[in-house]
Design a protein around this ligand. Sequence first.
Ligand code: AVJ
Length: 350
Amino acid sequence: MQKTRLASRAPQTANKADWRVAAPSLVADVLRGLKSAPKRLSPMYFYDERGSQLFDEICELPEYYITRTETDILERHARAIAASIGPNALLVEFGSGASTKTRLLLDQLPDLAAYVPVDISRTHLMAAAQRITAAYPHLEVLPACADFTQPFSLPKPSRTPTRIVVFFPGSTIGNFDPPAAIQLLKVMRRIAGGSSHGRISATSPANPVGGLIIGFDLVKDTTVLERAYDDAAGVTAEFNLNVLRRLNRDAGADFDLQAFQHQAVWNPEMQRIEMRLLSSRDQIVSIAGERLSFAEDEAIITEHCHKYTPQSFAALAAAGGWSGRQVWTDAREYFHVQYLEQDMGPDKKG
Ligand code: AVJ
């Protein structure tokens, strides 16, 4: 068994996808979003240092059941989930962050071929990869710094894996509007082995079918949903407003944080929570030298959090080329962790 330390593999971490990360300019993207109607900001921008801290605080809130529920499901069913992944797999985690939940699976996967955490934040990715390597010295850890919404190439593990399984916990899929979610599911399908692009040689014919372990939040009582995104302590409001502070610093903006208000409402037609920042008055904000006007009560949409029924998720997954194989849930049926396999139908290749 080969024992490979992260430090000795530094050259491989210089993934060719790296350049994509710096490509879209923050300022250009922010201006495009704020000039559209309705005004929009990508939820990606929440996660600066302080935003990541605030999100960690959100996960501890009594109203925010999502993280607790998913962790509970992963803890209870780690063995069964590991069994669905199978021996000698390459586990690719999309948006790995601190890789905290992954440990629950890694504990049950002693013969994983390698673990590939994929994240856009290089410093967090590398720190997390170091910690995983320290905790699992026999595991080959191959971090890939990439924007996972774009196709990227996988680093090549020393061992040839039997199959590739993508891990996408956290209900992050809910942040993508359905067309973008389908696009992302297709990227995952390609990574897990649907075509030659982005594929490493999964040579064993025994079970080459790509797998996906995904966590998503279910449609439930409106009050429960709205409270999860508008907590009594005001942490989510702070998290939402922090994006403006971030733009003041990183996009040369002069938002008055006192003049915007956090709002989180359930949209029953679209089956999603819509997080917004409402302008408290008519005002003009400068962003990188450009002046944009905000009317009183005008909203900036900062995040959509889509919720699914088992049926609506199955339809979404099918559109992305995946079929549900197993479901793990909690007693209240608040959340699903599912194991899916790529569709192998004749017209679904690639
Ligand atoms: C990290 C996208 C899963 O949608 O619940 C939490 C982000 N936003 N509170 C979610 C979030 C406000 C979170 N995800």
